[in-house]
Design a protein around this ligand. Structure first.
Ligand code: PLP
Length: 398
C-alpha cells in the first residue's frame, strides 16, 4: 500500500464553516487522552457546562455539548421536544430551515411552514399569523443566522411571539453563537443548538446545546419514547449529570475526549476575550470587509440591517464563473471562500469571518485575492477594495 500520513495544506478558512481553528485549540487536541469517567475529565466536563452557559448567556442546567456536529444538535432539539401528532411552525428562509422541516416530519409531526425569500429575515408578522391560525402548534422553530444566505432574523421578537401563543421555541444558533448576541435566558429560548466549527474557533464535530427548565419538563413528560436512543436527553443527562436529579455520571457513550479538550480551550479563549468583545470584533472585521467589497463594486445579497457580520454573501458579477474564482483563490492564495447553495448556487460567494478567522490579516488577504481573481472584470474596480478596508482597520486599531 502506498498510502502514508496525511499532511493537509495550511489554508485560510473564510467560507461558511469550518472556519480557522485557533492554534491554542489545535494544541489542546493533542493533549493526553484520559478516561471519559476519570475524575479529572469529569471536572473538565463541569467546566465545559459553565463555559457554555457563559457563551449562551443562560443559567439552564441542561447546557452541554452533544457528541456530534450541528446537525446532531438540531436532531437533539427536535427528537426530544416533538412527538408524533404534534404541530410545529417552521420558518424557512434558506437551507437550514428546510432541514428543520425534515426533522419535524421524521418525528411524525406536522410542519406548518412560514416561508420567506432567501436573503430575507423571517417575517415576524407571517409567523404571528401562523401562530394565530394554528392554536394546536406546540413549538416554533427558526434559524437565527441563516448560513446559506447571510441573513439574521429577529430572534427576540420571534421568541416573544412563540411564548404569547403558548409554544416552546427551538433556535438554530450554529452560526450566530459568539459572532452576534445570542441571549438564551433574556429571550426565553427553550432549546438552542450551535456548532463548534463557526464563531467558536474550534474544530467541527461538536454541538453545544441548551434546554430551558420548561423544555426539560416537556421531555420528562413525553408520552412516546424519544425515537433516537443516542440523542435521548433523558439518557444523555445521566452522563452529563445535567439536571438537578442526576448528580452521578453513568456511562452512556464514550465522549469524544480530545475534541472536548479543544472545545474547552476555545471557550476559555472566548471568556478571556469576553463575549461582547467577540461580537464587537466580528462587527469591526465585517465593516472593513464590507467597505472593501463594496468599493470593488460587489453587492451584498442581504439588506444592511439584517446582515450577519460573520457571513458575507455577495453577488457574483455578471460574466464571472463563481467556481473558477474560488478555485483560483484556493490554488494561488490557499484561501477558501464559499459558493452559493440552493437558490443562490452559482450566483453568490459566501465569505465567512468567523471566530479566529475574523481578524485583519484575513480581511486583507481576501480582498487582495479577489482583486487578483477579478482584475479586468467589467464593473469591478479590483484594486479599490484593500485601501477602503485598510482605512477602517487602521481606525479600529487606533
Ligand atoms: N444549521 C446551520 C445554520 C448551519 O450553518 C449548519 C452548518 O453549516 C448546520 C445547521 C449543520 O451543522 P453541521 O454541518 O455541523 O452538522
Amino acid at each position: 500500500m502506498q498510502i502514508t500520513t496525511f499532511q493537509p495544506p495550511h489554508r485560510t478558512l473564510m467560507g461558511p464553516g469550518p472556519s480557522d481553528v485557533h492554534p491554542r485549540v489545535l494544541e489542546a487536541l493533542g493533549r493526553p487522552t484520559i478516561g471519559h469517567l476519570d475524575p479529572q475529565f469529569v471536572t473538565m466536563m463541569d467546566e465545559l457546562k459553565q463555559l457554555l452557559q457563559y457563551a449562551f448567556r443562560t443559567s439552564n442546567p441542561l447546557t452541554i455539548p452533544v457528541s456530534g456536529p450541528g446537525s446532531a444538535g438540531m436532531e437533539t432539539a427536535f427528537v426530544n421536544l416533538v412527538e408524533p401528532g404534534d404541530t410545529v411552525i417552521v420558518c424557512i428562509n434558506g437551507v437550514f430551515g428546510g432541514r428543520m422541516k425534515e426533522n419535524v416530519e421524521r418525528c411524525g409531526a406536522t410542519a406548518v411552514v412560514v416561508e420567506d425569500a432567501w436573503g430575507h429575515p423571517v417575517d415576524v408578522d407571517k409567523v404571528e399569523l401562523a401562530l394565530k391560525e394554528h392554536p394546536e402548534a406546540s413549538v416554533l422553530a427558526f434559524v437565527h443566522a441563516e448560513t446559506s444566505t447571510g441573513a439574521r432574523s429577529d430572534a427576540e421578537t420571534l421568541c416573544r411571539l412563540a411564548h404569547e401563543y403558548g409554544c416552546l421555541v427551538i433556535v438554530d444558533a450554529v452560526t450566530s453563537l459568539a459572532g452576534i448576541p445570542v441571549e438564551i435566558d433574556a429571550w426565553g429560548v427553550d432549546a438552542v443548538y450551535s456548532g463548534s466549527q463557526k464563531c467558536l474557533s474550534c474544530t467541527p464535530g461538536l454541538s453545544p446545546v441548551s434546554f430551558s427548565p420548561r423544555a426539560v419538563e416537556r421531555i420528562r413528560s413525553r408520552t412516546h419514547k424519544v425515537q433516537s436512543w443516542f440523542l435521548d436527553l433523558n439518557l444523555v443527562m445521566g452522563y452529563w449529570g445535567s439536571a438537578d436529579t442526576t448528580p452521578k455520571r453513568a456511562y452512556h457513550h464514550t465522549a469524544p475526549i480530545n475534541a472536548l479538550y479543544g472545545l474547552h480551550e476555545s471557550l476559555v479563549m472566548l471568556a478571556e476575550e469576553g463575549l461582547e468583545a467577540s461580537w464587537a470584533r466580528h462587527e469591526r472585521m465585517h465593516e472593513a470587509l464590507a467597505a472593501g467589497l463594496e468599493a470593488m463594486g460587489l453587492e451584498f445579497i442581504v439588506e444592511a440591517p439584517w446582515r450577519l457580520p460573520q457571513l458575507n454573501a455577495v453577488r457574483v458579477p455578471v460574466g464571472v464563473d463563481e467556481a473558477t474564482v474560488r478555485q483560483r483563490l484556493l490554488a494561488e492564495f490557499d484561501l477558501e471562500i464559499g459558493g452559493g447553495l440552493g437558490a443562490l448556487a452559482g450566483k453568490a460567494w459566501r465569505i465567512g469571518l468567523m471566530g479566529y478567522a475574523a481578524r485583519p490579516e484575513n480581511v486583507r488577504l481576501c480582498l487582495e485575492a479577489l482583486a487578483t481573481a477579478l482584475a479586468g472584470t467589467e464593473g469591478i474596480d479590483a484594486t479599490a477594495g484593500l485601501p477602503a478596508a485598510q482605512a477602517l482597520l487602521e481606525r479600529a486599531a487606533a
